[in-house]
Design a binder for this molecule. Structure first.
Ligand SMILES: [Zn+2]
Length: 242
């Protein structure tokens, strides 16, 4: 696998104090992490920030603020996971705001994950997603959840799980919640309707809600919440402000 040496070197470098300022400014969950969690998060973040290529499109400039803020969304998902989950991802293409997708007839999209190593993001959407920390909408986390999904080469809403025995309960719980979302339109739903598009979108949308509306998800979709706690090894409801 590519990148071991680069990740090793990046992990050894200290975390710049200026990056913490950026995090305090753009990333509301950051100041609430306890010391141990903060260290795990910063380690994942600095490796991501220093080993991925950030490529600007026109009108966009890449600086530390952009790199650190986008990397924060990626690091949040994997902060408690051992090992490396973004090894296939090599570049982040950054647009200033939403961009037009020619193949999709000009549909406005805010971000997308490509199977082979590229994520395309709108920086405005990433910032808005992080700052509105409890609306269940987070473009950065959504796209990076897709990257976790395709680690195994399949874009199917199922990332690599710890053990073979975990796949059956995962499929059952995610399947139940997915079909429930497709079949009924709940008012004040915890999960965005977009999650009903397909299994891959469901996992990404469930991830957004898991991190941004953990208490509601725990209350309304306990099984789904528990499966995601087991996968991400994090309990955001316990972290959330009362
Ligand atoms: Zn998506």
């Amino acid at each position: 696998m590519l990148g071991y040496f680069f990740r090793w070197r990046a992990a050894r470098q200290p975390f710049p104090e200026a990056w913490r300022e950026i995090l305090r400014m753009n990333v509301p969950f950051y100041p609430r992490l306890d010391a141990a969690a903060r260290e795990r998060f910063e380690t994942k973040l600095k490796i991501f920030a220093r080993t991925k290529h950030f490529i600007p499109t026109k009108d966009m400039a890449i600086d530390d603020t952009v790199v650190v803020t986008i990397s924060a969304a990626a690091a949040r998902l994997v902060m408690n996971l051992p090992g490396e989950h973004y090894q296939r991802l090599t570049e982040i293409v950054v647009y200033k705001s939403h961009y037009q997708h020619k193949e999709q007839g000009g549909t406005v999209v805010f971000g997308e994950a490509h199977t082979w190593g590229t994520v395309v993001l709108s920086y405005d959407a990433v910032i808005a997603g992080l700052k509105n920390k409890d609306d269940g909408h987070n473009t950065g986390m959504h796209e990076f959840a897709h990257v976790l999904d395709i680690v195994d080469g399949q874009f199917d809403g199922t990332p690599v799980l710890d053990e073979i025995a975990a796949y059956q309960p995962w499929a059952k719980t995610m399947g139940k919640a997915f079909f429930a979302l497709r079949d009924k339109s709940e008012r004040r739903a915890v999960l965005r309707r977009y999650g009903a598009t397909n299994e891959a979108e469901f996992f990404a949308v469930a991830t957004e809600a898991f991190f941004e509306k953990p208490r509601q998800m725990q209350k309304r979709h306990q099984e789904l919440y528990d499966v995601l706690v087991a996968y991400y090894r994090i309990d955001p409801a316990a972290e959330a402000e009362p």
